[in-house]
Design a protein around this ligand. Structure first.
Ligand code: C2E
Ligand code: CA
Ligand code: CA
Ligand code: CA
Length: 280
């Protein structure tokens, strides 16, 4: 009745109006950004803790907004997912990463495996035709683990039959798979043997407070032992200090990623610091 209607409007507060306006603006800007190619990939090295070498990098998207400058993915990925714009953005990320890996190979003769983040929404898309991805990889001659796809635990709760056959297709095309943010989601350890996963990425919330006799260290050690027994390698995220690096290396962790080694940087900077330097 009348009171109800008034109530409903009552809840549409000025701050909600501002939020709705901000969101609409963001969606418009994102559409514009896709057309005008305002995105860039930054690369963060993934370091082999046993040999101190860099053969992998994670590609992280940045948005060079004409007015706002560099915008973090935290600000726009969720909205891109809700609106489906992530499909086009995700395809661009894949193509860009594949071309970059081929370029580094051709220019410097080194194979850098590039990891890309793939949203669960991209897997649910009917038009997620893997064929166009596979065709690009083939034409660039990238069929030997040059690309890795990072997925999150939530995805494995989806229709597991579809997901597991998609992951099998990846394997056939020479794409590896990482389980991102491990330990923060709804993980059931049963998923780990059901899906073919190459790397577990221990979430930064565990590495942050590492201490040789703390609970987080015990958890990291246990994850590493378990992953190795299941035939997976482990990447620790958010490694910021030498102490954390040492503890993880001693615990047998395979790779580390974090500000200790480098923050994510533009391709040319990555090239200088981790490809050209390594060859000298
Ligand atoms: P993520 O996949 O977990 O990526 C790691 C995030 O941790 C990155 O933030 C990285 O800059 C940050 N990081 C790396 N080392 C350290 C460290 O030592 N300390 C701390 N405090 N942080 C560190 P970024 O680049 O802001 O990305 C945030 C999230 O946005 C990513 O989290 C990922 O979920 C999403 N994202 C980024 N690029 C893409 C993309 O191309 N597609 C999709 N779907 N999502 C993306
Ligand atoms: Ca990631
Ligand atoms: Ca992560
Ligand atoms: Ca994350």
């Amino acid at each position: 009745a009348k009171g109800e209607g008034r109530n409903r409007f009552h809840y549409f507060t000025p701050s909600m109006q501002r939020y709705a306006k901000h969101r609409m603006r963001l969606i418009q800007d994102l559409r514009h950004a896709i057309i005008h190619q305002e995105f860039e990939l930054y690369y963060q090295p993934i370091i082999c803790l046993q040999h101190d070498t860099c053969l992998k990098a994670e590609a992280l998207i940045r948005w060079r907004h004409p007015k706002r400058g560099l915008v973090s993915p935290i600000e726009f990925i969720a909205v891109a997912e809700e609106t489906g714009l992530i499909i086009e953005i995700g395809n661009w990320v894949f193509q860009q990463a594949a071309r970059q890996s081929a370029l580094w190979r051709d220019r410097f003769g080194v194979e850098v495996q590039i990891s890309i983040n793939k949203s669960p929404v991209q897997f649910r898309d009917e038009g997620d035709s893997f064929e166009s991805w596979a065709a690009l990889l083939k034409s660039l001659k990238l069929t030997n683990n040059n690309i890795c796809v990072e997925i999150t635990e939530g995805l494995l709760l989806d229709n597991s039959q579809t997901i597991s056959s998609t992951l099998a297709t990846y394997r056939e095309s020479g794409i590896q798979v990482s389980l991102d943010d491990f330990g923060t989601g709804y993980s059931s350890l049963a998923y780990l043997k059901k899906f073919e996963i190459d790397y577990l990425k221990i979430d930064q919330s565990f590495t942050r407070n590492l201490d040789s006799n703390g609970n987080d260290f015990t958890l990291c050690e246990a994850i590493i032992v378990m992953a190795h027994k299941l035939g997976m390698q482990v990447i620790a995220e958010g490694v910021e200090t030498e102490y954390q690096r040492q503890l993880l290396a001693d615990a047998g962790c395979d790779f580390g990623q974090g500000y200790l080694f480098s923050k994510p940087v533009p391709a040319e900077e990555f090239e200088q610091a981790f490809i050209i330097k390594a060859k000298e």
